[in-house]
Ligand binder design. Sequence first.
Ligand code: ADP
Ligand code: MG
Length: 402
Amino acid sequence: VAVSVQEDIRKFQETFDGITGRFRLINRIGEGTFSTVYKAEDLEYDDHQNDWDLEEKENSKWKSPPLRNPRSNLCSLDPASEYSQQRKRPRYVAIKKIYVTSSPMRIHNELELLASLRGCDSVCPLITAFRCTDQVVAVLPYFKHTDFREYFRDMTVPDMQIYFRSLFKALAEVHNKDIIHRDIKPTNFLYEPEKRRGVLVDFGLAEWEGVEKKACLCEEHERDRRRRVTSSIAATVGPAAGYPRNDTRPSRRANRAGTRGFRAPEVLLKCTAQTTKLDIWSAGVILLTILSKRFPFFNSADDVEAMIEIATIFGTRRMKACAYFHGTQFETSIPTIGEKGFGMEKIILWSTCRSGGDDEQPLNKQEKLAVSFLEKCLELDPNKRISAEEALLHEFLRDDSD
Ligand code: ADP
Ligand code: MG
């Protein structure tokens, strides 16, 4: 363990009262935008009980703690709380130290959503949470996984089928509860190729689907939307060269949370009625990454650049229809964005250098099946995009042995 990490662990133990009595911090395993995650040993682990790992889980379901009131749980610093007696304790845990700069609302939201996902097989369950002054930590069972960058280039189509079957099972569970994860990407899906299973983590940006839907209904009626679109500058005077100087149109506001490169078009277009389908788009971006062997596949500095990247593939005709559907307009004068765009097969052949040279290697039958599934995930219109449930029935994911 590096000296700087040891120092960080020491500071954390010093400032978080009581943590050393319950956990032995081993290493720092993650440093994200919103948190630092440590691997630790749960010192209250009862040896008579089984290890909290996959084999055990296959036999008897993971038992998550009865989290009745996440609000009160947040303040519970009592290590001998009601859970300790009832649950099977893990030997190793992941302690997620949520940055104190996160708003209490955000932290509460993450813990509450995790609590309501209790019992979902492919979601890393919340064991408990503690607060010490302004510092909140969430305790999760430690899930062994391999860094995506170590294996994605070598994945065969059957490997992809196993990976995505696991990911879409997780998505189906989350979406069935009307929860949008909002941050689907490889670092939030802890996958272990050897075990052929993964769990979804990081509900820091997640939200209930209905909230936005309702907001949309009161915010903007279809009539208003049409009026705004038809009276827009682009619609009345045609596309301008650049941004209008005195733009009087009201700005659009919508939840844009997510990670660069994984945001769905409806998020980039600030659609207010966002649904669980935005996670399907992000999962599609993961598949595109694997098939094209390029990570990150999309690499934009901002939302406008992200739109340009998507438009380069999909072409202006489909982008305009997509924008109109979301109550806005898509205009571009960039010469490399064609009207028709390119098919996914072409994109994959180009990015893997299997096309254009002397040595043309068209996609085989298996790869074509993967592409047909990819196209269903990367469908611009969220209403036509495949759902997680439907995806599990798609030939690419269907598991006849289930
Ligand atoms: P953030 O909101 O900061 O992105 P995450 O919940 O995604 O926080 O965790 C950050 C990283 O920590 C993950 O990408 C993963 O590498 C590691 N991690 C998180 N939870 C666990 C866990 N339960 N088991 C093992 N590693 C984990
Ligand atoms: Mg994360």
